[in-house]
Design a protein around this ligand. Structure first.
Ligand SMILES: C[S@@+](CC[C@H](N)C(=O)[O-])C[C@H]1O[C@@H](n2cnc3c(N)ncnc32)[C@H](O)[C@@H]1O
Length: 328
C-alpha cells in the first residue's frame, strides 16, 4: 500500500498519533498479518496499520470511552476487532478469540488527548475537574488516595512515580489541608502543590510531577508495563515486532532493561559445564540501540511528542524453545 501523511490519519480535533510514521516503519505491517494495538486510544495507530496492509488488527483499551470509538471502527472495518481490557492481559484476551500468535504489537503508553482534555476525567490541572484520574473507571480515584493515604504513602507515591524531589513537602501540605477540608478537585490539589514547590526555570508547572505520580499509581501503569512486556514477548510470532512509545524516564528505563534482559546471550557460567539446549536463552533482538525520537517537525506541530521515546525489538526465530534455569 502507498505511504501516507501523518495528518491524514488523525480524526479532526482529537489526537495526533505520536511518531506514527516511525511506528509503522518499525512494525512493517504485511498482508494477512495479525497485529495488536494495545493502547487503542482514538485509534490513530490501528487505522494507519489497516491502511498500510490487508491485515487484521486487534485494538485493546481499558477505557470504556476508547472502546466505544473502537466499536464504531469495528462496524466500518471487518479487519478490525475491539477488545475492552488491559494490555497486561493481551495473551489471554487474544487466546480467548482463538489467536495464539501475532505479527506485531504496538504500545503507546500514558494518557490520550481526550482523557487529558475532558475535565471530568480529572487528569489535568488545566481545568477544574473532580480528582479522578482512572483510565479504566474502576478502583480508587485520585481523591480517595489524596484524602485517605498516610503522609508517608503519599510522599512515596509522589517521589517514586512523579520523580518529585519536593515529595515530602507536598505530602505534608496535603495532609495539613485535608485536616480542614477534603481535597476533591484538580485545581485545589494543584494550588496546594504550587504553594510549596518553587517555580522551575523551564516553565514546567510545579504540579506536573505530582499529577504524573498519582496517575501512574492509580492506574498501576508500571505494573501494567512490566506484565505487558512479558505478555507481548509471549504472544509474538518469530520475526514479529514489539514497538513501544514511552513518555517518561521510568517507563523508558523499564522497556530498555526488559529488551536488554531478553536479548542477552545465556551466561556460560562455567567452562567445565556444557550449554544444554533447553537452558535460558535470548528471545528478542533489539532493533533500536538508542531510542528513536520525534522529528523537530513533529514536535513543532504536536508538542506532546517532545518527550516520546520509541524502542523496537523483534522476536527471534528460535525463541520458541522451552526456557529453563541452569541447574546450579
Ligand atoms: C497515548 S493513548 C494511545 C493513543 C493511540 N496510539 C492513538 O493513536 O489514538 C493511550 C491509551 O492507552 C490506554 N491504556 C493505557 N494503559 C493501558 C493498559 N494497561 N491497558 C489497556 N489500555 C491502556 C489509555 O486508556 C489510552 O486510551
Amino acid at each position: 500500500m502507498s505511504s501516507m501523511t501523518l495528518s491524514s490519519q488523525s480524526p479532526p480535533n482529537l489526537h495526533f498519533p505520536v511518531m506514527l510514521n516511525e511506528v509503522l516503519s518499525s512494525l512493517c505491517p504485511h498482508d494477512e498479518g495479525v497485529y495488536v494495538d494495545g493502547t487503542f486510544g482514538v485509534g490513530g495507530y490501528s487505522r494507519a496499520i489497516l491502511q498500510q496492509a490487508s491485515c487484521t488488527v486487534y485494538g485493546i483499551d481499558r477505557d470504556p470511552q476508547a472502546v466505544k470509538l473502537g466499536q464504531a471502527l469495528e462496524q466500518k472495518d471487518s479487519h478490525f476487532k475491539m477488545i475492552h481490557g488491559r494490555f497486561s492481559q493481551m495473551k489471554e484476551l487474544l487466546e480467548a478469540r482463538g489467536v495464539k500468535m501475532v505479527d506485531g504489537i504496538a504500545l503507546d503508553l500514558g494518557v490520550s488527548s481526550p482523557q487529558l482534555d475532558q475535565k471530568e476525567r480529572g487528569f489535568s490541572f488545566r481545568f477544574d475537574g473532580p480528582l479522578d484520574m482512572r483510565m479504566g473507571q474502576e478502583g480508587p480515584t485520585a481523591a480517595d488516595v489524596v484524602n485517605q493515604y498516610s503522609e508517608a504513602q503519599l510522599s512515596d507515591i509522589i517521589f517514586n512515580y512523579g520523580e518529585e524531589r519536593y515529595a515530602r513537602r507536598i505530602a505534608r501540605a496535603i495532609v495539613k489541608t485535608r485536616a480542614e477540608e477534603m481535597i476533591n478537585t484538580t485545581l485545589r490539589l494543584a494550588d496546594i502543590v504550587r504553594s510549596v514547590v518553587p517555580k522551575s526555570r523551564d516553565g514546567i508547572d510545579p504540579a506536573t510531577r505530582t499529577f504524573q505520580g498519582l496517575r501512574i499509581y492509580i492506574n498501576r501503569e508500571l505494573e501494567e508495563l512490566s506484565e505487558g512486556l512479558e505478555a507481548a514477548e509471549a504472544l509474538l510470532a518469530p520475526g514479529g515486532r514489539l514497538v513501544v512509545v514511552s513518555f517518561h524516564s521510568l517507563e523508558d528505563r523499564m522497556v530498555k532493561d526488559f529488551f536488554r534482559k531478553k536479548s542477552q546471550a545465556p551466561k556460560h557460567v562455567s567452562r567445565h559445564l556444557p550449554m544444554l539446549p533447553t537452558f535460558s536463552h535470548s528471545t528478542l533482538k533489539v532493533l533500536t540501540a538508542k531510542p528513536l525520537q520525534a522529528t523537530a517537525e513533529e514536535v513543532s506541530t504536536n508538542p506532546r511528542s517532545r518527550s516520546a521515546k520509541l524502542r523496537v525489538a523483534e522476536k527471534l526465530e528460535n525463541a520458541s524453545q522451552e526456557q529453563g534455569e541452569l541447574p546450579i
